[in-house]
Design a protein around this ligand. Structure first.
Ligand code: ATP
Ligand code: MG
Length: 397
């Protein structure tokens, strides 16, 4: 007997009242796109979702579902009719298969169909008894069982399961609108992107890249990071902005200890344009207070000064070690620590100003009109839709 469907339980989404269907539809399309298997069908109901496997392997699908935001938990289930014998057989088989290493179990019946002749107590007893007779060295423990067999009696059918997996929680990616993520090749910004995706935000990633100071491999690294983020429920569009000319100009124009502040301000201005063009509502960065020179409050104020757009900093109060743990969990850590140079590291001054003053940086920038350079950079921006198929990825390299 194979699992033929997966039951998905919604988390926070179930508290969404009238907007709920917007959330469930978003999650449904995210799941469909992620699984990309013609055999698989997804049905969103009011309080749960079903994935019909139609021959696809549960264990392969499971690995992908673990990452999908909006899912509270999910279980592979077997469907039977309301015939007691059929239920008992299915229960025994399921328990036998799942019992490896376990010695105690309990049956937990939910009787959504109140017309079913046996009550939950009687059903637990009938099914539990059958399982006990068909297994060895197994006992019932209603308080702390190793394994719980859930039997759900509904009008149309009975669903049995003894495996439940936690989902990623949060809200489905895309359900909360769109934001632009400043995505460097570092550890922090991919984690920041992941955290926003978990809150239902769809990501337009923007990366600044400065050839020939930065290599194609550095660009590939950022593509891999953005591609990894797509696992969490949506597609990600990556905008790669050629930044060399602007960085060189800043270098000539602005005193060295202010170049970093100015660089970040130009990034912010460009990101804000892309935000406008793509209909995004906010800008997300991987900044964390005090982590490096550009991440003091004075510095953030000077950088933020170029826009009124909300700048979201999900990692602002996080410790580096916690950020690294999350990066490992979401699969970006090992990509981020690859050594390829970033456009900022190359131009980083020996002693960047840790408490820059907004008026000063404005004054230094006032000698030159950066606007045409910004417009040119936006015109030359390359946009890549992720996830990419392997083949297309190869062609791109
Ligand atoms: P990260 O680990 O994300 O690179 P960081 O600790 O290196 O962050 P900074 O270099 O000060 O910190 O960068 C702060 C934020 O600015 C980054 O988290 C990212 O959001 C953005 N950023 C920096 N460099 C780039 C870049 N080349 N392209 C796009 N965004 C960038
Ligand atoms: Mg960095």
């Amino acid at each position: 007997m194979n699992y033929d469907r997966i039951l998905i339980r919604y988390g926070e989404m179930s508290t969404k009242g009238r907007n709920r269907s917007k959330f469930t539809n978003k999650m449904k399309s995210n799941i469909k796109r992620l699984l990309a298997d013609d055999r698989i069908q997804v049905e969103a109901q009011r309080d749960r979702m079903f994935i019909y496997l139609n021959g696809a392997s549960f264990y392969e699908v499971k690995e992908q579902l673990l990452h999908v935001s909006g899912i509270q938990s999910f279980s592979p289930v077997v469907k039977t009719s309301q015939e007691l014998d059929e239920m008992k057989e299915a229960a025994l088989e399921l328990v036998k298969r799942a019992m490896i290493g376990a010695t105690t179990f309990k049956v937990e019946t939910r009787r959504a169909d109140k017309t079913f002749p046996l009550d939950t107590h009687a059903l637990n007893h009938e099914i539990g008894g059958h399982v006990l007779r068909g297994t060895e060295n197994v006992t019932v423990d209603v308080h702390h069982p190793n394994l719980t067999l859930v039997v759900e009696v509904r009008q149309e059918a009975v669903y049995l399961s003894c495996e439940t997996y936690p989902g990623a929680g949060g809200l489905p990616a895309g359900a909360a609108g769109k934001a632009v993520l400043l995505l460097s090749g570092g550890l922090d910004s991919p984690v920041a992107g992941y955290m926003m995706m978990k809150r239902g935000v769809e990501i337009e990633a923007v990366h600044f890249f400065s050839p020939p100071y930065t290599s194609e491999r550095a660009k590939q690294k950022v593509m891999d990071l953005a591609d990894t983020l797509t696992k969490y429920g949506g597609h990600v569009r990556l905008h790669i902005v050629p930044f060399t000319h602007i960085q060189e100009t800043i270098h000539k124009q602005v005193p060295e200890n202010y170049t970093m502040t100015s660089t970040r301000r130009m990034m912010m201005r460009i990101a804000d344009r892309i935000r406008e063009q793509t209909g995004a509502l906010a800008i997300v960065t991987g900044e964390s207070l005090g982590q490096v020179a550009s991440q003091t409050m004075e510095s953030m104020a000077a950088i933020n000064n170029v826009t009124n757009t909300p700048v979201l900093r999900p990692l602002i109060a996080s410790d580096k070690l916690d950020i690294m743990d999350t990066a490992r969990k979401i699969g970006t850590h090992d990509i981020s620590i690859l050594p390829y140079e970033d456009c900022c590291t190359i131009f980083t001054p020996a002693a960047p100003k840790t408490r820059p003053r907004t008026e000063k940086v404005q004054y230094f920038e006032s000698f030159l009109d950066f606007e045409p350079l910004i417009e040119q950079a936006i015109r030359d921006t390359e946009t890549i839709m992720l996830p990419k198929k392997e083949k297309e990825m190869d062609d791109l390299l």
